[in-house]
Design a protein around this ligand. Structure first.
Ligand code: FES
Length: 266
């Protein structure tokens, strides 16, 4: 199905009112432009000339200023996006762990290229930059929900499930993937109350925390750091804090040395 055949919904009075509501949240109304553009995408499936004009009118700035922002950030789309935006991370770590193969496999499987949408309007494919989930590489995102440790086969299965309209559960986060337009509404600042669903972090992210707890490691406090930088002549309390830091550093170094010794014994 072509973009024209799928169509773009015109902006409603309700959406215009919500654009004003977003702008009113900020001391400087134009600070609301980013979430306003997400709302336009939620309502129309992309950034349209009508959406640009509407944002400009609400913020009393020029359409050129809105367009300059909308064309700068990759999360704003000029082409109609499908129900599911599938982003394959092809940044360094994911790429070497198989992201490039996943992306190539999905391109062939779906019959579309980068930043294109399937004929049925269900799936848009895009290679995306690092999503700060490198410990689960290679990562695929569907409407910005994480699918960790993917393979070409699992990614093909994932898009088949999406195209068949079956509910799909991400590895972390919400209990199901919503549509791209629903996700855009959340990014516009209209929560769907699912932010606390599901696990927020997996074992790979928590491993460092677990090891630190087991070994009694802790980070220096922010207060101590400030004292280091703002007080050239430390008083007795900051001297005590510095001594505590040094003790922590010593303990950490001793623990690391012990681990290294244990490894060399193995
Ligand atoms: S490189 Fe893919 S999430 Fe960081």
């Amino acid at each position: 199905m072509t973009e024209t055949a799928r169509g773009t919904d015109p902006l409603t009075e309700t959406t215009i009112a919500e654009l004003r509501e977003i702008a009113a949240r900020y001391p400087q109304a134009r600070s609301g432009l980013l979430p306003m553009l997400h709302l336009v995408q939620s309502a129309q499936g992309r950034i349209t000339p009508e959406g640009i004009e509407a944002c400009a009118a609400v913020l009393d700035i020029t359409p050129a200023e809105v367009s300059g922002v909308a064309t700068f950030y990759t999360m704003y789309k000029r082409r109609l996006v499908g129900d599911y935006h599938v982003g394959v991370c092809t940044n360094t770590l994911c790429a070497v762990m198989g992201g490039d193969e996943i992306f190539a496999s999905l391109k062939e499987h779906l019959g579309i290229g980068n930043d294109e949408t399937t004929e049925d309007g269900t799936v848009s494919l895009e290679h995306v930059e690092c999503n700060a989930a490198c410990d689960y590489a290679p990562v695929v995102m569907v409407n910005w929900e994480f699918f960790d440790g993917q393979t070409p086969a699992s990614a093909r299965e994932l898009v088949d499930e999406l195209r068949a309209g079956r509910p799909v559960r991400p590895t972390r986060g919400a209990d199901r993937v919503c549509t791209w337009r629903e996700a855009e509404r959340v990014l516009a600042g209209f929560p769907d109350d699912r932010a606390d669903q599901g696990p927020g972090a997996g074992e790979a992210s928590l491993a460092g925390l677990r090891i630190a707890r087991e070994r009694g490691w802790s980070a220096p406090s922010a207060t101590t750091d400030e004292q280091h930088h703002s007080e050239p002549e430390p008083d007795s309390s900051s001297e005590a804090a510095v001594a505590a830091d040094e003790q922590a550093d010593t303990s950490r170094a001793e623990s690391e040395a012990k681990v290294a010794e244990e490894k060399s014994d193995d």
